[in-house]
Design a protein around this ligand. Structure first.
Ligand code: ATP
Ligand code: MG
Length: 360
C-alpha cells in the first residue's frame, strides 16, 4: 500500500499567469488507496484532478504515474479511468453502445467488446440493461454506467470528480457504498473529489483538505476529525464550536485560554504561547451536562437557548457568557426534558479542546 501510484511534485497551476490555483502541491497517492481531495468551491480540486487526467498541464512541477513523469503524456495514453459529475453519456446510444464506444475507437475486437461490456455491467450491477437507452435510466443508473465506462479499460487508477453531486441523498449514500465496494474488490486506486465532508469521511482511506490551492492537512478520516491541525480543518471537517480568545498560560502541550466567562483548559496545537491570540474548538458531541463527578476540566454556567429535535439526535444551543455553543446529544428515551431559558451546567475535557495558532 505504500508504493505511490501517483505523485504530485512541486506542482503549481495558474490559468491567468497570476493567481496560483494549485500552489506547490506535493502529494503521493498509494497503490490501492482511496484518496479524497476535500475542499470548498474554488480550492483547486478539479484543477488537480485534471492535471492527473491529462486535460490540463501543470504550470510548473511534475506529476508521476508509477514513478514516471506523465506531464507530457497525452491523456489517452495514461490509462486512467475518469468519472465526472455530468456523466455525459451519449443519450441516443444504448448502455452497451455507450460502453463499447471507447473500445471501438481503439479497434478492440467485437467478441472482446461484448466480454468487457458484460463484465463491467456486472461490476456496477446493471446486467440486463445493455439495450436501454441512456435517457431511459435513472440518475443513479446513469452514474453507474459512467463508472462502468471508466472501468472498461481495466485502469489501475480512477479519478472521480463529484460523481454523486447530482443525486439525492439516499441514492448518493447507496452509490457511496457501491463505489467503495468496487474499490475494495477490484483493488484499484481512486482519487475522489468532493466538497462534502461526510462523503469524504465515509469513503476514504485518506483525505486531503485543500484550501486556496494548498494542503491544509492530510490524514485518515479519524485523524482529521480527532486531531485537526489547523482551525480551518477543525471548522471544515465535521462540526465544531470555534471561538477566539487569548492564551493566558502555556506549558508543554497544554494551555489556558482566558475567556470573558472564565478560563478554558485546552491542548496546544498550533503556536499558542502565553499572550497570543488563538482560535480554539470543541466538538458538539464532546460537551456534556455536568453530573458533578468532577471529570470535566472545564465547567460553566449556561442557559438553554434552543432545542432542535433531529430524530436520532438532539441539538441543544447553550449560551455561556455571550457565546452560543452547540451540543449534540444522542436521542435516548431517558433524555431529560430541557426547556428554553433553563439554567444548566455544561463542560468538557481539556483533551477535547484544541487551541490553534492564528494564520499569519
Ligand atoms: N479553465 C479555467 N480557466 C480559468 N480559471 C479557471 C479554470 N478552471 C478553474 N479556474 C479557476 O481556478 C480556481 C480553482 O478551480 P477548480 O475548478 O480547480 O476548483 P474546485 O475546487 O474544483 O471547485 P468546485 O468545488 O467549485 O468544483 C477557481 O478560482 C477557478 O475559477
Ligand atoms: Mg470542481
Amino acid at each position: 500500500m505504500n508504493e505511490p501510484v501517483v505523485s504530485f511534485v512541486n506542482v503549481n497551476k495558474t490559468y491567468d499567469g497570476k493567481a496560483l490555483v494549485v500552489d506547490d502541491l506535493n502529494l503521493s497517492v498509494h497503490r490501492g488507496e482511496f484518496l479524497t481531495l476535500l475542499g470548498s468551491s474554488g480550492s483547486g480540486k478539479t484543477s488537480s484532478l485534471m492535471m492527473v487526467a491529462g486535460f490540463e498541464m501543470p504550470t510548473s512541477g511534475d506529476i508521476l504515474l508509477d514513478g514516471r513523469s506523465i506531464t507530457r503524456l497525452p491523456a489517452y495514453r495514461r490509462n486512467i479511468g475518469v468519472v465526472f459529475q455530468n456523466y455525459a453519456l451519449f443519450p441516443h446510444m444504448t448502455v452497451a453502445e455507450n460502453l463499447a464506444f471507447p473500445l471501438q475507437a481503439r479497434k478492440v475486437g467485437k467478441a472482446e467488446i461484448v466480454k468487457k461490456v458484460s463484465r463491467v455491467l456486472e461490476i456496477v450491477r446493471l446486467t440486463g440493461y445493455e439495450a436501454r437507452k441512456a435517457t431511459q435510466l435513472s440518475g443513479g443508473q446513469q452514474q453507474r454506467v459512467a463508472l462502468a465506462r471508466a472501468l472498461i479499460f481495466d485502469p489501475a487508477l480512477i479519478l472521480m470528480d463529484e460523481p454523486l453531486g447530482a443525486l439525492d441523498r439516499q441514492l448518493r449514500e447507496a452509490m457511496q457504498y457501491e463505489i467503495k465496494h468496487i474499490h475494495d474488490t477490484l483493488g484499484i486506486s481512486v482519487i475522489y473529489v468532493t466538497h462534502d465532508q461526510d462523503e469524504a469521511l465515509a469513503m476514504s482511506n485518506r483525505v486531503v483538505v485543500l484550501e486556496k490551492g494548498k494542503i491544509e492537512q492530510v490524514g485518515t478520516p479519524k485523524e482529521l476529525y480527532e486531531t485537526p491541525a489547523t482551525a480551518f480543518v477543525a471548522g471544515f471537517v465535521g462540526e465544531n464550536n470555534c471561538m477566539k480568545g487569548r492564551v493566558r498560560l502555556a506549558e508543554s502541550d497544554r494551555c489556558v485560554i482566558a475567556m470573558p466567562w472564565g478560563d478554558v483548559s485546552a491542548i496546544t496545537v498550533g503556536p499558542a504561547g502565553a499572550g497570543r491570540d488563538t482560535t480554539w474548538s470543541v466538538r458538539p458531541e464532546r460537551i456534556e451536562f455536568d453530573s458533578g463527578s468532577g471529570d470535566l476540566d472545564n465547567v460553566y454556567d449556561g442557559v438553554v437557548k434552543d432545542v432542535v429535535y433531529l430524530g436520532d439526535q438532539i441539538r441543544i444551543y447553550v449560551a455561556i457568557g455571550g457565546n452560543t455553543f452547540v451540543l449534540k446529544v444522542t436521542n435516548k428515551s431517558e433524555l431529560a426534558v430541557l426547556t428554553i431559558g433553563q439554567r444548566v451546567k455544561v463542560g468538557w475535557r481539556a483533551k477535547d479542546c484544541r487551541a490553534f495558532g492564528l494564520p499569519h
